[in-house]
Design a protein around this ligand. Structure first.
Ligand SMILES: Cc1cc2nc3c(=O)[nH]c(=O)nc-3n(C[C@H](O)[C@H](O)[C@H](O)COP(=O)(O)OP(=O)(O)OC[C@H]3O[C@@H](n4cnc5c(N)ncnc54)[C@H](O)[C@@H]3O)c2cc1C
Length: 373
């Protein structure tokens, strides 16, 4: 990255959402000396890539929340964005205030069931405590059912089994193969073999039928989970790892004609929302044909900020093209498997690169703060 640029007073970038994409965009704008405000409903960045371990291992949750204001000072504003006035170039907050923008980066990400996701307007200490409470519930439960065998469900099952090898863990998945569809067949097969080796019971090609009547994330003795194939499992805890959905509430009113069917924003090759050269969408809320990943959100942030800087300095814009897939699946602290740029990578490498700390130290470094022990 080059040095700082000088910009006139009319330039003010507003970033909505301080997830992996939002903090990367903020960091880059700070380096370029471009004025910005980062808005998030919470007071801390959530490193949700490690959220599942935080639900199982006591003392880990505090490593997964990082204060925004300590890193971004007055450039951070806590608030829930409830709308965008495209004519006035305002972002509207739920407390009635508005923020003016010359350029807007929408990075509202996605939400899903706790513990994998946690998009509540809650302060950092309460959020950490919510995960610590879950740790207690897991500890109390001898039998645990995890619903959903995508990457999150697989990682959840492995986290529980690694910490508690004697607990009875059952993973129920509606498809035959585990993990995400985009992942190499060899990786998916090895995920399955590793879980079976650890003693996880797999119920594949079955859907849970009575989810509505089950208590989630709490110890409750002798609950009965029923599947569409007639299987019944008696358990003491149910954890849901399905159903990620795009957070579109902030922009769906303003951009009702620019939404993909899942609520993501249609963007062009520069990651500009179609029809707007000063508004960008990045991360999980951008309709880009690739798996929704923190890693991709960071790459998008780089393109969006480069394009804001280039547009201010009359340089050509940078394009974003989805590339080959890097996907690492941790299987507890001591195992993992995955692919880098579409090439299979084995257990040892994934364990060293991802499973040991789930990239938490990387996020603390990026935020320029010391990780608590
Ligand atoms: C359990 C789990 C494990 C994962 N593991 C990996 C992994 O190993 N590697 C990987 O690359 N990806 C992984 N992912 C995917 C990754 O977490 C997401 O792709 C990533 O979080 C997307 O980043 P983002 O910045 O787009 O949005 P998010 O991280 O979802 O952040 C969005 C932010 O916007 C804020 N926000 C939303 N709406 C509003 C509003 N209206 N007003 C104000 N603020 C708002 C939220 O509070 C949140 O802070 C994992 C996901 C899960 C659930």
């Amino acid at each position: 990255m080059g040095g700082q640029i000088s910009v006139d007073k009319s330039v003010q970038v507003v970033i909505v959402g301080g997830g992996f994409g939002g903090i990367e965009a903020a960091r880059k704008l700070k380096c370029w000396g471009v004025p910005f405000v980062l808005v998030d409903m919470r007071d801390a960045f959530h490193h949700n890539v490690a959220a599942l371990r935080a639900a199982v291992q006591s003392g880990f949750a505090k490593k997964t929340f990082i204060s925004f204001s300590k890193t971004f000072g007055g450039s951070f504003r806590q608030g829930l964005v409830v709308g965008i006035d495209l004519e006035k170039r305002h972002v509207l907050l739920n407390d009635g205030e508005h923020l003016c923008y010359s350029h807007l980066i929408l990075a509202t990400g996605s939400d899903g069931p706790f513990p994998g996701k946690f998009d509540k307007p809650m302060d950092m200490q309460s959020a950490i405590q919510t995960y610590e409470d879950m740790v207690q519930e897991v500890e109390k439960s001898p039998r645990i059912v995890i619903v959903g065998g995508g990457s999150a469900g697989v990682e959840m099952a492995a986290e529980v089994k690694t910490k508690y090898p004697n607990k009875e863990v059952t993973l129920i998945h509606s498809k035959v193969a585990l993990a995400d569809a985009e992942v190499l067949p060899r990786v998916r097969q090895e995920v399955k073999e590793s879980l079976l080796k650890e003693g996880v019971h797999l119920l594949l090609s079955q859907k849970v039928e009575n989810l509505q009547s089950l208590t989630l994330n709490q110890f409750k003795e002798n609950m009965i989970v029923k599947t569409d194939k007639g299987t019944e499992i008696v358990t003491d805890m149910v954890i849901l790892c399905t159903g990620i959905k795009v957070n579109s509430a902030a922009y769906s009113g303003a951009f009702s004609d620019k939404l993909a069917s899942n609520g993501a924003l249609q963007v062009n090759e520069y990651l500009q929302v179609k029809g707007y050269d000063n508004i960008y969408a990045i991360g999980d809320c951008a309709d880009v044909n690739e798996p929704k990943m923190a890693y991709h959100a960071g790459l998008h942030a780089d393109v969006a900020v480069t394009n804001i800087v280039n547009s201010l300095t009359q340089k050509p814009l940078k394009t974003y093209t989805p590339g080959s897939l890097t996907f690492l699946i941790s299987l507890g602290r001591c195992d993992g498997v995955g692919q880098i740029s579409d090439y299979y990578v084995g257990h040892l490498l994934v364990t060293v690169v991802k499973s040991r700390d789930l990239f938490v130290s990387q996020s603390w470094r990026k935020m320029g703060q010391c990780m608590p022990c």
